[in-house]
Design a protein around this ligand. Structure first.
Ligand SMILES: NC(=O)C1=CN([C@@H]2O[C@H](COP(=O)(O)OP(=O)(O)OC[C@H]3O[C@@H](n4cnc5c(N)ncnc54)[C@H](O)[C@@H]3O)[C@@H](O)[C@H]2O)C=CC1
Ligand SMILES: O=C(O)[C@H]1O[C@H](OP(=O)(O)OP(=O)(O)OC[C@H]2O[C@@H](n3ccc(=O)[nH]c3=O)[C@H](O)[C@@H]2O)[C@H](O)[C@@H](O)[C@@H]1O
Length: 462
């Protein structure tokens, strides 16, 4: 295997995971970023993101000398024969993709690269962008250059990024010429994974189509959950029954508070824009996005129906990250929920085992933030579960019952089996399942017992 000199522009999730995995395969990898704070951490062997296993590989590869970091684009690019673009491609106001970071990175390549290079678009970009990048670099290059551009979209999930990289279901390599495609296929060959070779545009579309399809599965199951609630059926059983059909599959059928994160909301909106620009109204995707927006307010609406007023209630908001095992709060359903609760005059105390620092910066000032679940639940009038962190799922229901002033739980992730909850004096509202009102039942029973005791005392004293 030829040892390659690889430059990676952008050290976010995707850039970092790509960097450590290519260094693990024995290549020389240099990463460049414009964020000096991030680079200082990385150079010191500290991962700026919470991603299981990442820091260990970072330290190992820094020590071996195969991995390095710089803020100087020229230093990263001038000797590289493969250059990855892994910068962010966030949404603009209208839902279309902001390509300014990507084009800045392309400009840096044109200033420092020379001879023959392979430019790989790892960032998720609208169809046709890789061609634009190639033309841009060739047009603005200050030295003679031959650019082979390859689209190699990323499919990792946050929280299990390394597993998804080393054991990916597929690697997509899209190119309109064979030179770059062949080099990338050789690069990934030692991973022994399923490689799908396509043209440039198809590769770019595979990424959006995949994310949009997964988002569709989630909105679909959430709609079935809404029907379950009205029919007294149980969404967990329905999803299990559906998912056992191998044509449907069990994954991404977990009903909940709606999808969040840095990609599904952004990429579904982008695909809507892409279709719209082609005069095609993507009605199915429009519905998927609409259902997700509605689903994110569902727990709040349920709480408003249950309690006429949330004002002055002490509310524990459990989980801030958009899913467990990450400290990423981008598009987390916890953020709009916290804002709504504050607007309604509730006293909110938010808990997250990892994302609490980031949460403190993003939540309204009125929200207290803690990394201690007991502290959040103490004397709370109700609790919202937003993220299914193990520490939340495994926290004993007996303690929810004991610590809370009034143990009413709105669970957006179906963390507990109904049979388990019904053993406690807890009122429990979840997604796509019947609500449990044991709180009333048990306290009534307690009241009756108290009354009985009082009357027997009265009897004894008369
Ligand atoms: N986060 C994820 O799980 C996944 C993300 N993607 C896609 O990958 C791309 C990157 O996503 P993330 O890693 O989450 O982004 P991120 O926002 O975490 O990181 C991007 C990095 O690029 C840096 N950057 C911006 N302009 C630069 C420039 N001119 N030169 C050097 N560095 C520059 C930023 O400072 C930042 O550190 C996006 O297109 C995203 O849609 C794809 C699959 C998974
Ligand atoms: O393009 C991307 O950035 C990535 O987007 C997702 O990965 P990620 O956002 O890290 O997380 P997921 O595990 O897919 O979850 C996304 C959201 O859907 C929600 N979800 C997921 C699965 C499910 O069954 N139900 C459900 O509500 C999660 O809670 C979360 O809010 C995709 O799964 C990755 O393949 C893709 O590379």
């Amino acid at each position: 295997m030829e040892k390659r000199a690889i430059a990676i522009i952008g050290t976010g999730y995707v850039g970092l995971v790509t960097a450590v995995s290519l260094a693990e395969l024995g290549h020389n990898v240099i990463c460049v970023d414009i964020d000096k704070n991030k680079l200082n951490l990385l150079m010191a062997g500290k991962s700026p993101i919470y991603e299981p296993g990442l820091e260990t590989l970072l330290v190992q590869n820094l020590k071996s000398g195969r991995l390095s970091f710089t803020w100087n684009h020229r230093q990263a690019i001038q000797n590289a024969d493969i250059i990855y673009l892994a910068v962010g491609t966030p949404s603009l106001q209208d839902g279309s993709v902001d390509l300014s970071y990507l084009m800045e990175a392309a400009k840096e390549i044109s200033l420092s690269a020379h001879d023959e290079i392979v430019v790989v678009t790892k960032s998720t970009v609208p169809v046709g962008t890789s061609e634009i990048v190639k033309k841009f670099i060739e047009k603005h290059a200050v030295q003679p250059i031959n650019v082979h551009v390859v689209s190699n979209p990323e499919f990792l999930r946050e929280g299990q990024a390394l597993q998804d990289t080393f054991h990916a279901d597929r690697i997509v390599i899209g190119a309109d010429d064979d030179v770059g495609a062949k080099i990338l296929m050789e690069l990934y060959e030692p991973l022994h994974l399923n490689i799908i070779r396509t043209d440039l545009r198809s590769a770019e579309l595979i990424k959006y189509a995949s994310n949009a399809f997964l988002a569709t599965k989630i909105s679909f199951i959430n709609e079935i959950a809404n029907i379950c609630e009205r029919l007294n059926a149980n969404i967990e059983d329905v999803a299990r029954g559906m998912g056992s059909d191998s044509r449907i599959g069990t994954q991404f059928l977990k009903a909940g508070i709606g999808y969040g994160g840095s990609c599904f909301p952004k990429d579904t909106n982008a695909l809507m824009q892409i279709a719209g620009n082609l005069s095609h109204q993507f009605e199915l995707l429009e519905a998927v996005i609409h259902v997700n927006n509605r689903q994110q307010s569902l727990l709040f609406e349920k709480a408003k129906t249950r309690f006429a007023k949330l004002k002055h209630l002490k509310i524990a908001l459990l989980g801030l990250s958009f899913k467990p095992n990450t400290d990423d709060l981008r598009e987390s359903p916890a953020l709009p929920l916290a804002n709504k609760l504050i607007q309604d005059g509730a006293k909110v105390i938010a808990f997250d085992p990892v994302a609490y620092e980031k949460g403190r910066k993003l939540l309204p000032d009125e929200v207290k933030v803690t990394d201690d679940i007991r502290h959040a639940l103490q004397e709370a009038d109700l609790a919202f579960i937003v993220t299914d962190w193990d520490v939340i799922k495994d926290f004993p229901l007996a303690l929810y019952e004991k610590l809370m002033k009034r143990p009413v739980i709105f669970d957006g992730r179906n963390c507990f089996a109904l049979s388990e909850v019904s053993q406690y004096a807890i009122e429990y509202h979840s997604i796509g399942r019947q609500s449990i009102y044991r709180l009333k039942e048990v306290s009534l029973k307690r009241q009756t017992m108290k009354q009985k005791t009082v009357s027997s005392i009265n009897f004894l004293t008369t």
